[in-house]
Design a protein around this ligand. Structure first.
Ligand SMILES: Nc1ncnc2c1ncn2[C@@H]1O[C@H](COP(=O)(O)OP(=O)(O)OP(=O)(O)O)[C@@H](O)[C@H]1O
Ligand SMILES: [Mg+2]
Length: 250
């Protein structure tokens, strides 16, 4: 059940087509303050499209996106958004890359660099300020992209499969890191993933979407105690939730 007072984002009955491609049929999802909510669904069902609608980059054909109670259909700028193919500019060093949102907001270059520099340690990037993306590991590049997202708007973040390209060991490390940092920054996160284990481990809630045209096929509230560590992956509760999700999936 949702706690009405804590609702930050309410996505209500969203429908979206691209020409004759019927993508989102009827999607209603909610993000509460300080919650971590995952969206899981088959490839091509419209998850990234849903984020584009929430971020205001695409207008829904029907339905509404409310952020803090206000209608945000087609309005950009309130939430930060890490795209699925979030690439850092290869020609800029890491500090310049992560400063982009601050420069857009009107900060002077030096002030932006000072603000960003404060977060390099927490994001595991200390000492790499002047390096270029090609000189970083895959995990570090993802952390740099996350830092850039965080610097755009630190309280509501949309993360579209941020770890998809990583090997499984790095991915696990990044999941543990993300939880740790999320517990410190008090952000509210919508997170897209294909990985059920990742979704359970990270989330307060999972919305399972159907194939296109997408509807919400299942809602799972994950009542695993926080802070969570790697032992969660082998716990009885974890496996039970996984079984319930698999029942709906296959
Ligand atoms: N701007 C667009 N114009 C036309 N069609 C689009 C556009 N954006 C997405 N689509 C189509 O909408 C459908 C859903 O795409 P979307 O990227 O939202 O899926 P997804 O669930 O994120 O998939 P994946 O898991 O592979 O990332 C796809 O068939 C895609 O080709
Ligand atoms: Mg996608």
């Amino acid at each position: 059940m949702n706690n009405q007072e804590n609702i930050l984002i309410e996505v209500k009955n969203i429908k979206k087509s691209f020409g004759d491609l019927y993508t989102l049929k009827d999607i209603s999802i909610v993000l509460e303050k300080n919650h971590f909510v995952s969206i899981v669904g088959p490839s091509g069902c419209g998850k990234s499209t849903l984020f584009d609608v929430i971020a205001g980059l695409e207008k829904p054909d029907r339905g509404n996106v409310f952020i803090e109670g206000k209608n945000h259909n087609g309005k950009t700028g309130r939430v930060s958004y890490m795209h699925q193919k979030d690439l850092l500019f290869p020609w800029s060093n890491i500090i310049d890359n992560v400063c982009v949102p601050l420069l857009i907001k009107g900060y002077k270059k030096k002030d932006a660099a000072n603000i960003a520099a404060k977060h390099f340690a927490a994001f595991g990037l200390e000492g790499f300020e002047k390096r270029y993306p090609s000189q970083l590991s895959g995990g570090m590049r993802q952390r740099a992209a996350l830092l850039r997202t965080y610097l755009f708007a630190d309280d509501i973040m949309l993360l579209d499969e941020p770890f998809a390209s990583l090997d499984s060991i790095t991915r696990k490390k990044m999941q543990l890191w993300l939880l740790k940092i999320w517990e410190q920054i008090n952000a509210s996160i919508f997170f897209i993933t294909h990985d059920i284990d990742e979704a359970i481990f990270l989330s307060d809630r999972i919305y399972l979407l159907s194939p296109r045209p997408a509807t919400v096929k299942g809602i799972f509230d994950i009542d695993i105690q926080r802070p969570r560590g790697s032992t969660v992956f082998t716990s009885e509760k974890f496996n039970h939730i996984k079984e319930e999700i698999f029942k709906l999936l296959y």
